[in-house]
Each structure stands twice: as C-alpha cells, then as structure tokens.
Design a protein around this ligand. Structure first.
Ligand code: FMN
Length: 323
C-alpha cells in the first residue's frame, strides 16, 4: 500500500523556513553554537563547520593565549552546569590566522572577543574588522575573571567602551550581555546601546557568581573563586527569556537579538522566538551532546512550527501573548 497522503501536505517540517538574519548577515538556520564550549581549537571550529550549526562561533579570545582558571572549573548539574573556565583560549592572533581556512567551510563566522581593557578590545576589534569574520561579538559579561567585574554591569564604562569600539570599521558588532534583573537596568542599557551603531545583542551570559554546594562532601563543587561560578542550562532559561523580551521591547527593530540560556530542544528555541530573538545560541546542551544537537533542535523547532501552522521565523518572532 502506498503512503497515505497527508490532509495538508505542506504542513510538515520540511516546508518550514528557519532562515534568518543577524546584523544583515544571512543565516540558513535559526540556531548556532554559543561562545564557550567546544569552539576553542581549529579542530573544534572545523567540526562545527561540518555540522548543522548556522554559524561558526569562536571561544572568546584575549590578547594573549590563556590557560584559564584552576581545575575543577566545570561541573555538570542535573539541569545544566556550573562553570568558571576563566577564558582559556589561543589568543586572538591564532583565531585571526585560522579564519581564512574556516571561511572555506561556507558558514558565517562570528568571533567573540573578551579583552581586559578598552585598549585590548580596541586592538582585537580593529584586527577582526580587517579579517574574514562576518560578525564580531564583544563579550561584556564574563563573570569568571577574578578582579575583573562584568563590564555590562557598569553603564558608564560600557558607554565609554562603545564610543571607542563602534568606530573601528563596518563589520557588524554585537554585545554579549550579562543578565539584568531590574527594569531600570534594562532601560539604562538599552538607552546606551541606542546611541551607537550596534547591530545585535546576545542575551544572556551565564548567571554569574552563583554557588552550588555538595552537602555530602560539605564542599563547593568548583575550585575558582571559592566555588562561585556561572550558572548555565535549564536553571537560567526564564532569565534569558526575560532579557530577550525586555530588550526586544526597548530596542529598535534594526538591532537584532540573539537568545541564549537553557536551550536544549525545539520548544526552548520556539519560546525565545516568541520573546523576540532573531536567532539562538546553544552552550551547555552542545557541551553535553556534541554537534548533533544542532540538527536535532532545528528539526524539533521545525516540527513544532509546522504543527502550529507557522512557516517562517518572522511569523513568530516577538509574537508573545501577554495576559
Ligand atoms: C564551558 C562554558 C564556557 C563559556 N565560555 C564563554 C565565553 O568564552 N564567552 C562567552 O561569551 N560566553 C561563554 N559562556 C556562556 C555561554 O555562551 C552562554 O551564554 C551560557 O552558558 C548560557 O547558555 P546555556 O544555558 O546554553 O549554557 C560559556 C559557557 C560555558 C558552559
């Protein structure tokens, strides 16, 4: 017997169009890796290039190569992870050198930079402005460097830094922001961003300086900073959704929002879309599952959208209902 013809043949996942744009750069899918897990070495970045990720995102780099914090610095938790990696990376020049080879993999490349000063960031943004990178994400929110507060929590310094970083070239620049928890902070940051040619923001970084205790051993579970680290995964999804939603209501439409925090399936990705994200990134789930997560989550998202009768990202983006 032949396959039964579906009542509505177009209402299937294969007809859902997940293409999107960030900073004017076309992405053939709504989902890519977040800066952090498994994107430090050229081998890891090349593997991403051969996967279903929509873009190749690099580990946040610094001026000089770094070993990162003392171990143990990453622990899986039932619903996510606690980490205090401390930016282990190869140094920005290593990423500059590998970009022409990564470019051959035919995916947009997003470089993440995380300098320790405005001068560091200026040096790296200038260099990547002259490179094969498509988008530059400046990390203003690393919670795990002792003695270096998260820049995104200091509005005056953020303003000063953007004054310098936004005049170094024409490639789209975005900001990786920490989570905010108060409406006064959402609007203060949005007011600063609106003054500069920022193309996108990425919300949110790990929720910084959280503490997980093992009652059995009566100990912290990671070594750096006496156990304080960045919380990731399911635990932080409501915080990520709130940040995406708040900024999508405060920023003009030409500033794209990338959602990140607790995305591990198609429903999570769909929720970020409703909140107003133009694309999403995956960190902890990618760390735990590997590159297969990108095709799995995309397929789940397409299936969910097809079931609801949606065919494009634009139809759902920002359409959250309120009560
Ligand atoms: C092991 C690890 C390393 C990370 N390193 C970085 C980094 O270098 N730069 C950055 O902007 N975010 C970094 N992050 C934060 C993630 O990009 C992401 O914002 C956060 O983990 C929330 O997403 P998730 O819930 O999918 O993990 C890291 C996260 C993890 C788990």
């Amino acid at each position: 017997m032949s396959d039964p013809t579906p009542a509505c043949p177009r209402n299937t996942a294969e007809f859902v169009d997940l293409t999107t744009h960030i900073g004017g750069i076309a992405l053939d899918n709504y989902l890519f890796n977040a800066s952090g897990p498994l994107c430090t070495s050229e081998a890891e970045l090349t593997q991403l290039g051969h996967s279903a990720t929509a873009a190749i995102m690099t580990k946040s780099c610094t001026i000089l190569p770094r070993e990162g914090n003392a171990e143990p610095r990453y622990q899986n938790l039932p619903l996510g992870a606690l980490q205090s990696m401390g930016l282990p990376n190869l140094g920005y020049q290593a990423y500059l050198a590998m970009l022409p080879r990564l470019k051959l993999l035919n995916k947009p490349i997003v470089v993440s930079i995380s300098g320790f000063s405005v001068t560091d960031n200026q040096t790296m943004v200038s260099a990547f402005q002259q490179s094969d990178a498509d988008l530059i994400e400046v990390n203003f929110s690393c919670p795990n460097i002792e003695g270096k507060p998260q820049l995104g929590y200091d509005f005056e310094q953020t303003d000063q830094a953007l004054k310098v970083l936004c005049q170094l070239g024409d490639k789209p620049i975005g900001l990786k922001l920490p989570p905010y928890f108060d409406f006064s902070h959402f609007s203060a940051m949005a007011d600063i961003i609106k003054q500069y040619p920022i193309s996108f923001i990425t919300c949110i970084n790990s929720v910084g300086n959280t503490l997980v205790i093992d009652a059995e051993t009566e100990s912290a579970i990671i070594k750096p900073k006496g156990g304080f680290g960045g919380l990731c995964g399911d635990y932080i999804k409501p915080i990520g959704l709130a940040n995406v939603r708040a900024f999508s209501t405060l920023l003009p439409e030409n500033i794209d929002i990338i959602g990140v925090g607790g995305i591990k399936n198609g429903t999570d990705a769909f929720e970020y879309l409703l909140a107003g994200a133009s694309a999403v990134q995956v960190a902890t789930c990618y760390e735990k599952e590997g590159v297969e997560c990108f095709s799995r989550i995309s397929n789940e998202l397409a299936t969910l959208m097809a079931r609801k009768g949606y065919k494009t990202i634009a139809e759902v983006k920002g359409q959250l209902k309120t009560l």
